[in-house]
Ligand binder design. Structure first.
Ligand SMILES: [Zn+2]
Ligand SMILES: [Zn+2]
Length: 236
């Protein structure tokens, strides 16, 4: 299998979705899965006829362990520089954000139950080669796309939007539970609501989430933008 230019492939490095994006000259990898990601990456790349050294940049959508635990293995194999948002790289910020969860009551309960049976979130002290601030153009890494700051799930979440209007969104949108795309962890509802309004203006045709299958523009409008409860402050 050979990827086409601008094609986005979901690859499984464990724990969450990672995405490989093909540019005119090499690839960008978004998110690095959990422990054991290195082995998985090698076999996934073989299937796609891609060489590890042709991955020119690793982007972390945010610093939750299910997206970053595999980073050191992946970095070793690819030798690519790592980009993460400046707010996400600051451990005090992240620690603070994990103390609150402003998601829906049901999701807060789910996270609580799972939190008590799974290991505690270990915050990775990620050494960023590149810090992302507001926006970042990815053309110098061979891919016609841009990064945007989309806080709400975490303080320094970012998404990638290609020139042909596809969006790798990280955990800002979920696709794990029927009929909803709201994240199960939200550090600030109001900030997340503002992020959704900005996304709605950018209006990507499709979102590739950190968990689950792609979400279309119509699904986003119907299940996020049309639900006033996500845009109210206070209460649920
Ligand atoms: Zn997350
Ligand atoms: Zn996640």
């Amino acid at each position: 299998m050979i990827m086409k230019k601008n094609e986005i492939k979901r690859i499984n490095l464990g724990g969450s979705n990672s995405y490989l994006i093909k540019g005119s000259d090499g690839y960008i990898l978004v998110d690095t899965g959990i422990k054991g990601a290195g082995k998985k990456l090698v076999s996934e790349l073989k299937i796609l006829n891609a060489k590890p050294e042709n991955i020119r940049l690793i982007i972390l959508t945010h610093d939750h362990y299910d997206h970053t635990q595999g980073l050191m293995e992946v970095k070793q194999i690819t030798g690519a520089p790592v980009a993460i948002h400046e707010a996400e790289n600051a451990l005090p910020n992240q620690e603070q954000s994990l103390k609150v969860n402003e998601s829906s009551f049901l999701f807060r309960m789910i996270v609580k139950v799972f939190g008590s049976i799974t290991p505690k979130q270990e915050l990775n002290d990620i050494i960023a080669d590149i810090k992302i601030y507001n926006e970042m153009d990815l053309n110098e890494y061979g891919v016609d796309a841009k990064l945007y700051h989309v806080p709400g799930h975490s303080p320094g979440s970012v998404c990638l939007i290609t020139a042909d209007n596809q969006c790798v969104i990280g955990d800002t949108l979920f696709n794990m539970f029927p009929g909803t795309h709201y994240p199960i962890i939200v550090y600030n509802r109001k900030i997340l609501a503002d992020t959704y309004k900005r996304l709605s203006i950018l209006n990507p045709a499709v979102y590739y989430p950190g968990h689950g299958k792609p979400i279309t523009m119509e699904m986003f409008q119907k299940r996020v933008m049309n639900r006033s409860k996500y845009f109210k402050t206070g209460g649920q």
